[in-house]
Design a protein around this ligand. Structure first.
Ligand SMILES: *[C@@H]1O[C@H](CO)[C@@H](O)[C@H](O)[C@H]1NC(C)=O
Ligand SMILES: *[C@@H]1O[C@H](CO)[C@@H](O)[C@H](O)[C@H]1NC(C)=O
Ligand SMILES: *[C@@H]1O[C@H](CO)[C@@H](O)[C@H](O)[C@H]1NC(C)=O
Ligand SMILES: *[C@@H]1O[C@H](CO)[C@@H](O)[C@H](O)[C@H]1NC(C)=O
Ligand SMILES: *[C@@H]1O[C@H](CO)[C@@H](O)[C@H](O)[C@H]1NC(C)=O
Ligand SMILES: *[C@@H]1O[C@H](CO)[C@@H](O)[C@H](O)[C@H]1NC(C)=O
Ligand SMILES: *[C@@H]1O[C@H](CO)[C@@H](O)[C@H](O)[C@H]1NC(C)=O
Ligand SMILES: *[C@@H]1O[C@H](CO)[C@@H](O)[C@H](O)[C@H]1NC(C)=O
Length: 480
């Protein structure tokens, strides 16, 4: 705006001066429009050259002559008559009103207008096209791109040059062969980018004035390794031999190190041996001591990151396995049978139970059961939980104590049976002789042997019933 006003002011001043100068001739305002004598010209120049555009006018009269530059639609006045408006000292007007630029640069390309201030104005449009060889700026400027795999990655060579250079890409790998990569002019898009895309990509720009090249090194990191631990908790005893394992999945080279608590493990004679076989990394521990118990961590590192997994070697007993049928056979007691693995002698068991209720606030009933010493690793034990309600569900848990302490509780749920109806004077006779109710769980028959072991003094009535039935059937065959 300011510039426009200035231009206007300057222009008016000039017109006034001209009017004054011409007063003596007492001419009427001319109706004759001047003509330019030169044809429009297009100059192709190289940087550093000097160029001239002519603007000869048949009869300028009282009019002014201006040079303007049309740069992308906005017209900038460079010169009025011989007066330079622009600050660019390379630009000047010669005696014959020709326009000159010395030492042209790429930014001088554009239209140059010789304008005569008649009404209507007369314009002569010349064009300057400054050519220059290609230049490439790679993105990022370091030329090194490191990305994790996945997602979209674009690499780009910014190209400059006039005339517009053609561009070609080269790679040690044949770009076109790769899936998920698209080459468009100065960019390559990898979607998704994959470790397979890693490599050096060269871009080459060429026009008639020369060639420039750029190079981008793409490094695609595979993800961090994945670790699978087949057994995160290993039960061990003193003097036993145990092996712990991490299975490592990775797409790039991986280093696996082992730590016991915070100390890095290394081979130590026969006692600790670190082995790897393909993707299985293991530590074999012989003649375990109390100090060997604890947490072992495998740490796997690759170019994409690191992953770790922990395995605990513990002297505590393993989780309890319940062997009795969750559907009890009796109304007021439940014959519990369980099994546990413990290298060290089991000292005792802590049993807790209570009626299963929603949001129960009842206290747990606790029983400590001394262990029956059995040879071997697996200990089996039974216990009759008494004083229960009939036809009721119970929650319970068991913990096992050995010299290493209490293991984690294992939970279980069981139910008691409904009392037989109608009630008879002696419950025992009724149970044996009658069918109290239809038996909904036929598998009780087959699990009856287990049950026998648990509570050898009583035999489930179903078993007696089935045996009786079988006898009747077999006998009836014989006596038919
Ligand atoms: C123009 O010329 C006339 C007569 O020749 C004169 O009267 C007048 O003052 C002049 N004007 C200017 C602006 O000099
Ligand atoms: C351009 O003109 C300047 C000054 O007249 C001169 O010194 C220079 O050598 C010229 N350059 C070319 C490329 O002709
Ligand atoms: C490209 O993908 C096709 C199927 O989508 C597959 O058969 C081919 O092996 C892949 N090529 C490469 C180089 O990964
Ligand atoms: C690129 O341009 C140069 C010069 O203009 C030409 O010689 C060359 O053949 C072109 N290359 C391609 C691949 O078009
Ligand atoms: C480990 O790899 C080799 C060769 O690839 C193979 O012969 C061997 O069976 C593999 N071992 C295991 C334990 O998978
Ligand atoms: C091993 O790690 C688990 C889980 O973090 C922890 O509960 C346990 O106490 C640790 N064991 C030892 C011996 O540090
Ligand atoms: C693995 O360790 C070796 C030696 O400690 C080292 O040279 C190599 O660079 C490591 N590799 C990775 C992927 O960390
Ligand atoms: C049990 O407690 C939960 C939240 O503690 C509550 O949303 C739910 O309604 C309770 N159920 C009963 C039956 O009280």
């Amino acid at each position: 705006m300011m510039r426009f006003l200035l231009e206007l002011a300057f222009f008016s001043l000039l017109l006034l001066v001209f009017a004054l100068a011409k007063n003596e001739t007492q001419e009427q305002p001319s109706t004759r429009v001047p003509k330019t004598l030169n044809p429009p010209k297009k100059i192709d120049a190289l940087e550093g050259e000097n160029i001239t555009f002519a603007c000869q006018v048949d009869h300028l009269g009282e009019f002014a002559l201006l040079w303007k530059k049309n740069a992308g639609g906005t017209k900038e006045v460079l010169l009025v008559e011989k007066q330079r408006i622009t600050h660019d000292s390379r630009i000047s007007v010669l005696d014959d009103y020709s326009f000159q630029i010395l030492d042209v640069s790429r930014h001088d390309s554009g239209e140059y207008l010789c304008v005569i201030s008649s009404n209507p104005p007369v314009e002569l449009v010349h064009t300057l096209n400054v050519k220059y060889p290609p230049s490439i700026a790679v993105e990022p400027s370091s030329g090194l791109v490191i990305v994790p795999k996945g997602h979209t990655k674009v690499i780009k060579c910014h190209i400059d040059g006039n005339p517009s250079p053609n561009i070609t890409w080269q790679s040690e790998k044949d770009i076109q062969l790769f899936n998920n990569s698209v080459v468009t002019g100065d960019t390559i898009t990898f979607d998704p980018v994959d470790p397979l895309h890693s490599g050096v990509y060269k871009c080459k720009a060429e026009n008639e004035l020369g060639i420039d090249t750029g190079s981008i090194t793409l490094k695609v990191l595979s993800g961090p390794p994945e670790i699978h631990v087949p057994k995160p908790w290993v039960h061990a005893g003193l003097d036993t031999t145990k092996e712990i394992k991490c299975i490592v999945y990775t797409e790039s080279p991986v280093n696996v190190t082992w730590y016991k608590d915070d100390t890095q493990l290394s081979n130590s004679g026969d006692h600790v041996r670190i082995v790897s076989n393909n993707n299985t990394y293991s530590v074999a521990l012989r003649k375990l001591t109390e100090e060997d118990m604890g947490n072992y961590t495998c740490v796997a590192r690759n170019s994409g990151g690191e992953t770790s997994a922990t395995i605990e070697i513990s002297g505590l007993a393993s989780a309890v396995k319940f062997k009795s049928d969750p559907m009890g056979y009796k109304p007021t007691s439940y014959a519990l049978m369980w099994e546990v693995e413990s290298y060290s002698h089991v000292i005792d068991y802590l049993l807790q139970f209570k009626e299963k209720k929603v949001n129960s606030t009842d206290d747990w009933e606790e029983v400590t059961i001394p262990a029956e010493r059995q040879p071997g690793l697996i200990q089996t034990q039974t216990y009759d939980i008494t004083g229960l309600k009939e036809n009721t569900f119970y929650d319970m848990s068991i913990q096992v104590r050995n010299k290493f302490g209490w293991n984690k509780p294992t939970t279980f749920a069981f139910s008691t049976k409904q009392k037989a109806e109608p009630a008879k004077p002696t419950e025992k006779i009724q149970e044996v002789n009658e069918n109290p109710q239809p038996e909904p769980y036929p598998e009780h028959v087959s699990s009856g042997t287990d049950e026998n072991r648990a509570t050898p003094t009583t035999e489930p009535p179903e078993r007696a019933r089935v045996l009786g039935l079988l006898t009747v059937i077999i006998l009836s065959f014989f006596f038919w």
